[in-house]
Design a protein around this ligand. Structure first.
Ligand code: GLA
Length: 387
């Protein structure tokens, strides 16, 4: 949708009189490797996309927060006193949850009109929710002069999702959406929040995202179950070693003491997290050394670990990534995001992309009856003001 049309819509919904309207943008993200490690204080390697969420926002004299979206018909007017309350199961909980967090950081009652427009496919595991949260936080922080830094914005957006939306997600999505940089991946240590922007020198290769278009169903409850299983693994390992998270132990040491975890499933969850952390370190090394073959191999290994040990892939993601791996010019392919549906990410040679999309798309339809969508992704900047 063009900016002019969005401004037109804003005026139609909220009227044209009043303060100037400002425009902010926050991207979605794709994670290259390091899955289900963030809430274990581990390593991740995501990048920001060029599609995301636009927010047109205007301060008003009153104290009501008015919210509309181009994507959903539901609109809301929330009086300031009700900002702390959950607003049914509508999309407005994301911005309201963020405003609630901003209040706890000192935001004074402020009337606002907000129009959202997102072009990230919803529920595809490309962080449409983090994108809405972070664009809300950045815009209000900037407009009101609240003075919060980017990392504060990232943290409070995650908190909004944890407390207000009820998913115990880690910090990866909000961090990538907040601090991404064009043509770079973010190598982030989720334990310390130390990070490095690593140039994505992919040469003739492109990042291709494929959406399974599988509805994610029980994703939230399964996600929270994995978070608990990891906590349970840590609890047992503590009997043999001092540690705070699964990122505090090497694979060798884990192998020696793992019988202390009585449940075989919980042991496998730990195997995934500990091995995935090492894969991220190896992948960053491979990227810096221009060893894209090795990078692709690590992507594949990550998928197998998520499939066999962490059990978050499911048939659609397995079929889609297997088909991808079988194509010419593909270095690696894996699920990205929480799993249970959503997208795969593949490294594909430019000259093979057209055939890749056709062949993988057809094979996927034959095996699952679902149509996949493909995106050749450009890597963009984190949240910023457009005007
Ligand atoms: C979701 C969560 C992230 C992260 C990934 C899995 O995207 O929001 O915090 O845990 O799943 O890596």
């Amino acid at each position: 949708m063009k900016m002019q049309a969005l401004k037109e819509l804003f005026r139609k919904v909220f009227g044209s009189a009043g303060n100037p309207v400002h425009v902010y943008f926050a991207p979605g993200r794709v994670n290259l490797i390091g899955e289900h490690t963030d809430y274990n204080s581990g390593y991740v390697l995501p990048c920001a996309l060029t599609f995301g969420t636009y927010l047109l926002i205007r301060k008003t004299a009153g104290k009501d927060v008015k919210l509309a979206s181009e994507n959903f018909t539901y609109r809301a007017t929330v009086p300031w006193e009700e900002i702390g309350k959950k607003h049914g199961s509508e999309w407005v909980n994301y911005p309201i949850g963020v405003i609630n967090q901003l209040m706890q950081k000192g935001l004074e009652p402020t009337g606002m009109e907000m129009l959202f427009y997102g072009n990230i496919p919803n529920g595809a595991g490309l962080s449409s929710s983090a994108s809405v949260e972070v664009v809300t936080a950045e815009a209000i922080n900037d407009l009101t002069g609240l003075g919060l830094g980017k990392v504060d914005i990232v943290k409070l957006s995650q908190k909004a999702e944890n407390e207000f939306v009820g998913v115990n997600c880690g910090i990866m999505d909000q961090f990538a959406v907040g601090l991404g940089k064009a043509d770079h991946a973010i190598f982030l240590d989720c334990g310390t929040l130390d990070y490095e922007l690593v140039p994505l020198a992919l040469g003739e290769y492109k990042i291709v995202i494929a959406n399974t278009n599988k509805k994610r169903g029980l994703a939230d409850s399964k996600y929270n179950e994995r978070v608990e299983e990891c906590a349970s693994a840590v609890k047992f390992l503590k009997k043999k070693k001092q540690l705070e998270s699964l990122s505090d132990i090497s694979f060798d040491e884990f192998s020696k003491i793992k019988p202390v975890i009585p449940d075989e499933t919980v042991r496998r969850r730990a195997v995934h997290v500990i091995s995935e952390n090492q894969r991220v370190l190896d992948a960053v090394e491979a990227l810096k050394n221009n060893n894209l073959e090795e990078f692709g191999r690590l992507m594949n290994a990550s998928h197998y670990s998520l499939r066999d040990d962490y059990e978050v892939t499911g048939r659609e993601l397995d079929v889609l990534s297997e088909l991808a791996r079988a194509q010419e010019g593909v270095l690696g392919s894996r699920m990205t995001g929480a799993g249970f549906g959503g997208c795969t990410v593949s490294l594909v040679h430019s000259s093979n992309i057209r055939v890749f999309m056709e062949t993988v798309g057809e094979g996927y339809y034959e095996q699952t009856g679902l149509r996949a969508d493909f995106y050749v992704s450009e890597i963009g900047d984190g949240v910023h003001r457009i005007e």
